[in-house]
Design a protein. Sequence first.
Length: 137
Amino acid sequence: MTRLDQLISAVRSTPDASAIPASPILIRRTTKPPVVLRILPVDGAARSVFLGARAMLILSNLIPRPAPDPALIGQAFDLTPAESRLAALLATGASLASASEHLRISRETARNHLKSIFSKTGAHRQSELVTLVSQLA
């Protein structure tokens, strides 16, 4: 019996008042990246909205997100167009060095832009910035 079959069996057999025990399930695919399946219980009054459903299945496709729109990044954090373009490139996983080459600016200019971006966004590390900006994609 697969983990998905076990999850379906648990949903069917668990009493309405009890939580459905389930950890995320990784679904591997042959030609595409995997998908993560999570179960979200639907309790109380929310069940009527979902026609009596006990749970919702959430599927997360593990593919890279597209780069966020630099204009949206600029609006969200009051960045200059140059800072916005750099932040968008960093959000794709580019290093500061490769982003500066792509934008045809010096590394020192890129570092100065990054300092300003950190100040305006409240991020302290590049990884924090990437996490923050990626939410806009």
